[in-house]
Design a protein around this ligand. Structure first.
Ligand SMILES: *Cc1c(COP(=O)(O)O)cnc(C)c1O
Length: 361
C-alpha cells in the first residue's frame, strides 16, 4: 500500500549467453556469437591513439558514422539511424509503432529481444509456427489480423541458424498486408555466402514498409561498445529521431565503428575463418551424431536427438572443462539442443579436444 507501484509486465528478462566473468581466465566463451577474431587491428590502433574528449557529449546524430555507412553500403544517409546496439533501435521501433493491444508476429524460435520490447509497450505477441526450426511464411500469414502492426524476422535467425531465401523474403513482403511493417534483422548477413541468400538491405532499400537492422556487435567485434543501425523510409527515421535518446551512441563507439567499416581485410578474414571452422566443427560433431543446420552465420544449433548424450549433460561436461555454450532452453524453450559460437582457432581446437575426451570411455 505504502510503496510506489510499478506496472506489472509479464515478461521473462533477457538472459544473455553465460559469460566467463568470475569463472576463470582460461574459460572460453562460445555462448554469445561474438567475433572469433576479436577486433580489427585498425580499430585497436585508432582507439589507443585518438584523444577522445570524454568530457564532451558525443555527436547525437552520429553524422560521420552515418556518412561512412552510406558510403560503404551505398544507401541514403538520411534513411539511417544509429543506436546503442540494434537492441535500442528495436526498442524505439516498438515505442514508435505499437499501442497497447496491437499485435506483433514473431516466429516461435526467433530472437528474444523482439518479443520482450513488444510486450513492454503492451502489444500482444503472436508466435508463428516454424517448420524444422525454419520460419514459415504460410504460418506467419495465417496469424495476421486487423491488429497486426509489425512482423519481426532475423535472417539468418539466431538461435536456429536457418534462413529465408531471397525469393521467400520477396514473397513474404508481397503477401503481407501493405500497412504491416516488416522488420528484417541482418545481424549476421556478412557471414552468409549461400547463393540463394540476399541481405534485406540489398532487397528492400527503397521499400516504405520494410525496416532493416544492422549491428557492429557480430563480425565487426564491437559488442561491448553497443552500436548498431537501422534503415528505413525517411518518415520512419524522422519518427524515430523524435524519440531517440539524444546522445545514444557514445563517441568511442562512433570512432571505432567508422574505422571498422574501413577494414574490409579484417572482415574477409573473419568470413573465411568462419566458413572454415564452422564446417570443420559441423563435420566433426556429426561423427558423434550431433547434427546441426547448414552453415549460415557464426554459430551452429546443435541437435542431440540422435546422440547418446543429452544436450544438458554435454553442456555440463563442457562447462567443467571451461567451455561455455548457449543453452537454448532459457528463453527459447528449445529442448535437447545447444548453440555453439564459432570461436578462434585455439578455441575451436580446445573444443574439439574436450569433446573427444567427453566421448572417450
Ligand atoms: C546479436 C544480435 C543482434 C545484435 O544486437 P546488438 O544490440 O546490436 O548487440 C541483433 N539481432 C540478432 C538476431 C542478434 O543475434
Amino acid at each position: 500500500m505504502t510503496n510506489p507501484k510499478f506496472k506489472n509486465i509479464s515478461i521473462e528478462a533477457y538472459r544473455p549467453g553465460k559469460s566467463n566473468g568470475g569463472i576463470n581466465k582460461n574459460t572460453i566463451k562460445l555462448s554469445a556469437n561474438e567475433s572469433a577474431l576479436g577486433v580489427s587491428p585498425k580499430v585497436k590502433k585508432i582507439i589507443s591513439n585518438k584523444k577522445i574528449n570524454f568530457y564532451r557529449y558525443p555527436d547525437g546524430n552520429s553524422t560521420k558514422l552515418r556518412k561512412e555507412i552510406s558510403k560503404k553500403f551505398k544507401c541514403n544517409i538520411n534513411k539511417i539511424i544509429c543506436g546503442a546496439g540494434s537492441d535500442e533501435i528495436i526498442q524505439m521501433l516498438c515505442q514508435l509503432f505499437l499501442n497497447p493491444r496491437d499485435e506483433v508476429i514473431v516466429p516461435k524460435y526467433s530472437f528474444l529481444i523482439y518479443r520482450i520490447y513488444s510486450k513492454i509497450v503492451g502489444a500482444k505477441v503472436v508466435f508463428s509456427k516454424e517448420k524444422n526450426f525454419k520460419v514459415s511464411i504460410p504460418e506467419i500469414l495465417k496469424n495476421v489480423t486487423k491488429k497486426t502492426k509489425i512482423v519481426f524476422i532475423a535472417n539468418p535467425n539466431n538461435p536456429t541458424g536457418t534462413y529465408l531465401t531471397k525469393y521467400e523474403l520477396i514473397k513474404l513482403r508481397k503477401k503481407l498486408r501493405k500497412n504491416i511493417l516488416l522488420v528484417l534483422d541482418d545481424a549476421y548477413f556478412e557471414y552468409m555466402k549461400n547463393s540463394d541468400y540476399k541481405s534485406a538491405l540489398d532487397l528492400f532499400k527503397n521499400k516504405e514498409n520494410v525496416f532493416i537492422l544492422r549491428t557492429f556487435s557480430k563480425i565487426y567485434g564491437l559488442a561491448s561498445l553497443r552500436v548498431g543501425w537501422g534503415y528505413g523510409s525517411k518518415k520512419i527515421i524522422d519518427g524515430l529521431k523524435k524519440i531517440k535518446p539524444p546522445f545514444n551512441v557514445n563517441e568511442t563507439a562512433q570512432v571505432a565503428a567508422i574505422e571498422s567499416l574501413k577494414d574490409s581485410k579484417f572482415i574477409s578474414r573473419s568470413v573465411k575463418h568462419n566458413i572454415k571452422y564452422a564446417n570443420k566443427l559441423k563435420n566433426f560433431l556429426e561423427d558423434y551424431r550431433i547434427t546441426s543446420n547448414k552453415v549460415s552465420a557464426n554459430f551452429l544449433l546443435l541437435n542431440f536427438a540422435k546422440c547418446q548424450i543429452k544436450a544438458q549433460n554435454f553442456y555440463k561436461k563442457l562447462l567443467l572443462k571451461g567451455i561455455i555454450l548457449r543453452s537454448t532452453e532459457d528463453g527459447y524453450k528449445i529442448k535437447n539442443m545447444l548453440r555453439l559460437t564459432i570461436g578462434s582457432r585455439t578455441d575451436s581446437l580446445r573444443f574439439i579436444k574436450a569433446v573427444k575426451e567427453i566421448f572417450k570411455r
